[in-house]
Each structure stands twice: as structure tokens, then as C-alpha cells.
Design a protein around this ligand. Structure first.
Ligand SMILES: [Zn+2]
Length: 343
């Protein structure tokens, strides 16, 4: 019997429906705030609330505003999720793991309020985001934490994780390698899928795969997230899929610049690149999402919200060579395969 583990218990895989596999409902990225910022200094405009007047400023300097990098308000989340539901969304995966403020109990609460299926991830974000103590743990200790979240529930709650998520900023860093190895160990015991945050521009998929397989991981249960910045290198992305892993374009709606060098593609680039990958035979390995993780990506703060793919991207895809079957495969069938567990 196959099942999917949500924050409110198990469901049948068929109940997943339209799924966003890589989002954040609650998050805290204060680690990325500028070091010179005093969050109590009311005269510093970076501490202002987000408004129409500063929206363009916040969008282009998205990591400098505390009000943008932290979202822990259940009322805000509830409203956004109901818009997603109204557009036909059924399931959403929260990729907020250790290092960026996971809130499993709040996820359960907002899932009850909205009726949405929510899956929570367990794991460790990139080494620069987690605590020193966590960075000192070895693969077996990290795997133990993941297994506890998957089997018993997150610390002091009955909310279980439904998948594993690991952040890799540099596969050569010991801490990130230990997290990857831990994920593979936990996967071997549970069959849980592993979502991987790949480093922005570096081509490290082969080294990542090596660590996973050396520790018992299965590449066909791995999702390589953030393929967007790797465009237009389709050969490289195609090779990830041919190695057996899922390829994830999860920045739909986001076309800014990360840091000073990482220019994200536009939705147009994504739409035509995915079509080419389908021509290369990768349709069963493709998944798409928005990676909502800044307030300005939410509708209440001038963004597209969680329904952007259904409301804006799907019509563009259908007008440019996609069929409804293709869309269903990418947004319903593939996520269902990824998140289904064997009892
Ligand atoms: Zn993310």
C-alpha cells in the first residue's frame, strides 16, 4: 500500500492532485540580512513595512529587508493558501528545514484551517545557515534526526515529515557532505524522497550523486531543485535527468538577480527550455514550482502567489506547444510518484 505523509496524517497518493513540490509557507532567512543592519533602528528604511512605495526597492534588494525575509504569520499563510486552493491546488510541500526556521505545528494548524494537504521536509539547509552545533554533527547523528522526524514527528509534536530536503552550497564543504550522506542513510531506511537545493551556478551534480550513492541513496528518489539558474545549459540539465534524478524548475515567477552575478531566467526561458527537455525524453523527470520564500512573492505583498503556475503559466504553455496531458504529468503524476511511500 502506497501512501503520502502529510502534516495531518497519511493520505492516498491519488489525493495529492495539483502539487507544488518546492515552496515555503513559513520561513526565517534572517541569516542573510546585512551585517550592518540594526533591526531596532526605526530610522533605517530597510526596517520599514513593505508598501507600494518601497516595493521595487524591496524586490531588487530582497535580502536586506527583515519584513521580507521572515514569514511566520498564520493569517498571511492562510489567505495565500486559499487563493491556491481556489485555483485548483491541492498539495503543497514546505521545504523550510533546519537553518531557515521550520514550523511544523503551524503547518498543521494552517492545513486544518484551509483543508490543504501540506507536506513538511526534514533535513539541513546549507552550512552557512545552520548553527555551529548542527554543523559539527556527523552523518549518523543527522540521519538520526531525520529518521525521528519522519517516523515519530518533529520535536515534541505529532507532526511527521513527508520528505527529506538538503541544502548544498558547496559539495566540497564537509558539513554539506555530511547532510547529503545523512539524507541517503535516512532514505535507505524509509524510502523517503530527497529534495536537493543545488548551488547556484556551480555544476556539482556528479559530486552530489557520488555522495548519495556511496551512502545507499537511490538517484530515482532524488529531486535536483533550482535548475533554473543553470539555463541555458540544457545538456547539463538533461544529463541529471538521464542519471535518474528529477529536474526541478522551481523559480517560476522570479526573474531577478541573485547576488551580483546570478541572473535568473524568465518564465519564457523556462517554458521553452522545458519543452525542449520533453523533446529529449525527460517528461517523467520534470517538476515545477515557485520556491516562494520572500514576502514580495506573496499576493498580499505585490507578488504572484502560489497560483501563478496554474493561472499564468499554464495558459502560456498551452498556447505554446504543451498539451493538458503534459501539464498533468508535470504537476500531478510526477509529484505523486516522488512523494509516495511504501507501507
Ligand atoms: Zn526553497
Amino acid at each position: 500500500m502506497r501512501y503520502v505523509q502529510t502534516v495531518r496524517g497519511t493520505i492516498a497518493p491519488e489525493e495529492m492532485g495539483f502539487t507544488l513540490h518546492h515552496e515555503h509557507i513559513f520561513w526565517d532567512l534572517d541569516i542573510y540580512l546585512p551585517k550592518d543592519l540594526d533591526i531596532h533602528d526605526e530610522t533605517d528604511p530597510r526596517n520599514d513595512d513593505i508598501s507600494l512605495e518601497n516595493l521595487s526597492q524591496v524586490r531588487s534588494r530582497f535580502q536586506q529587508y527583515p519584513k521580507n525575509v521572515i514569514q511566520t504569520d498564520i493569517g498571511i499563510a492562510e489567505k495565500e493558501l486559499l487563493w491556491f486552493k481556489e485555483a485548483g491546488g491541492r498539495t503543497i510541500c514546505d521545504c523550510t528545514v533546519r537553518g531557515i526556521g521550520p514550523r511544523p505545528q503551524l503547518l498543521k494548524e494552517v492545513s486544518m484551517r484551509t483543508g490543504m494537504n501540506i507536506l513538511a521536509g526534514t533535513g539541513y539547509y546549507c552550512y552557512s545557515a545552520v548553527t555551529e552545533e548542527e554543523n559539527e554533527l556527523d552523518r549518523y547523528e543527522k540521519a538520526e534526526h531525520m529518521l525521528r522526524d519522519l517516523r515519530l514527528g518533529f520535536d515534541g509534536t505529532d507532526v511527521k515529515a513527508g520528505f527529506i530536503k538538503v541544502g548544498v552550497q558547496d559539495v566540497h564543504a564537509r558539513e554539506d557532505r555530511e547532510s547529503l550522506a545523512a539524507a541517503a542513510i535516512a532514505q535507505k531506511e524509509t524510502g523517503a524522497p530527497i529534495l536537493i537545493h543545488q548551488p547556484g551556478l556551480e555544476h556539482q551534480s556528479q559530486e552530489i550523486f557520488d555522495v548519495l550513492t556511496a551512502n545507499g541513496g537511490a538517484l530515482d528518489r532524488v529531486v535536483m531543485c533550482h535548475c533554473d539558474p543553470l539555463l541555458p545549459d540544457l545538456d547539463y540539465i538533461d544529463a541529471i535527468a538521464k542519471a535518474g534524478a528529477y529536474i526541478s524548475f522551481d523559480f517560476f515567477g522570479l526573474d531577478g538577480v541573485l547576488g551580483k552575478t546570478l541572473f535568473l531566467p524568465t518564465d519564457k526561458d523556462r517554458i521553452f527550455s522545458i519543452l525542449e527537455l520533453i523533446d529529449r525524453g525527460d517528461i517523467e523527470k520534470l517538476v515545477i514550482s515557485h520556491d516562494t520564500v520572500y514576502k514580495t512573492m506573496l499576493r498580499q505583498f505585490g507578488g504572484y502567489g502560489y497560483a501563478h503556475i496554474q493561472k499564468d503559466v499554464w495558459p502560456l504553455m498551452l498556447a505554446n506547444g504543451y498539451t493538458q496531458d503534459i501539464l498533468d504529468q508535470i504537476s500531478i503524476k510526477n509529484p505523486k510518484e516522488i512523494f509516495s511511500l511504501e507501507a
